[in-house]
Design a protein around this ligand. Structure first.
Ligand code: SF4
Ligand code: FES
Length: 250
């Protein structure tokens, strides 16, 4: 298969960027999107040109490192699929494919398709943990957790912090990400005591980082590679409201 790629190139955060066209030729349909970029980069290196910078690590949808806007959609055309899990058979032979970085003020471009997502780390540092004393490791069955709470908590914990939800949102909101982190802790007995304060702290940090608010568009859920539900946003907002009602402000 052959493709024309229109790729965002930007040498550094402060430098202006632009779309540059590259030809990807002789690509097997079973090549992953990242492998296809690897092949393009080998060609660029062979010609003495600067390769396209992009993030990746596990290449199996679990680490959250990868992610571009492909043909206008975060992580590309497939539902529940990270960029590294996308294959070229999903595109038409000869198709022109646009490849851009996540666009959000809180995710500044570092180079080409690489953005700085450390804002997510600072949101977690603001409260995305359990600090109450839970004692020594208890026998697994000694704290009973309703099955539906276990399932909902594990579903929320599947978030890989890729940032696609932010990239897809017209407000560049991080509510789905924060909602997932708040939910996975709040739904478990050890996480409940601090849940209101946690939601307040994390949302305040998200505001400080420059993420927008949520206007219930649902774009985040639609592009999330782990199909995190926007019900987690509702749970987070309930905890936030409880914090403001209770005056849980320290
Ligand atoms: S909620 Fe989904 S899209 Fe957002 S960071 Fe987590 S895995 Fe990525
Ligand atoms: S490289 Fe790890 S999720 Fe894509």
């Amino acid at each position: 298969m052959n493709f024309d790629l229109l790729v965002w190139r930007q040498t550094a955060g402060a430098a202006p960027g632009k779309m540059i066209k590259y030809r990807a030729e002789g690509i097997s349909p079973d090549t992953s999107f990242l492998e296809m970029l690897d092949i393009v980069n080998e060609g660029l290196l062979a010609r003495g040109e600067e390769p396209i910078s992009f993030d990746s690590d596990c290449r199996e949808g679990i680490c959250g490192s990868c992610g571009f806007v492909i043909n206008g959609r975060a992580h590309g055309p497939d539902l529940g699929t990270a960029t590294c899990q996308l294959h070229m058979r999903r595109f038409k032979d000869g198709e022109e494919i646009t490849v851009e970085p996540w666009r959000a003020r809180a995710f500044p471009v570092i180079k080409d398709l690489v953005v700085d997502r450390t804002a997510f780390d600072r949101i977690v540092a603001a409260g995305g943990y359990i600090s109450v004393n839970t004692g020594s490791a208890p026998e697994a069955n000694s704290i009973l957790v309703p099955h539906q709470d276990q399932e909902a908590s594990m579903d929320a914990a599947a978030c890989i912090a890729c940032g696609a939800c932010v990239a897809a949102c017209k407000n560049a909101s991080a509510h789905l990400y924060v909602g997932a982190k708040v939910s996975h802790l709040t739904l478990l007995p050890q996480g409940k005591p601090e849940s209101a304060k946690r939601a307040l702290s994390m949302l305040r940090q998200a505001d400080a980082e420059g993420f927008g608010s949520c206007s219930n568009e649902g774009e985040c859920e639609a592009v999330c590679p782990k199909q995190i539900s926007i019900r987690n946003i509702a749970r987070m907002v309930r905890e936030y409201s409880r914090a403001t009602l209770l005056g849980t402000d320290s």
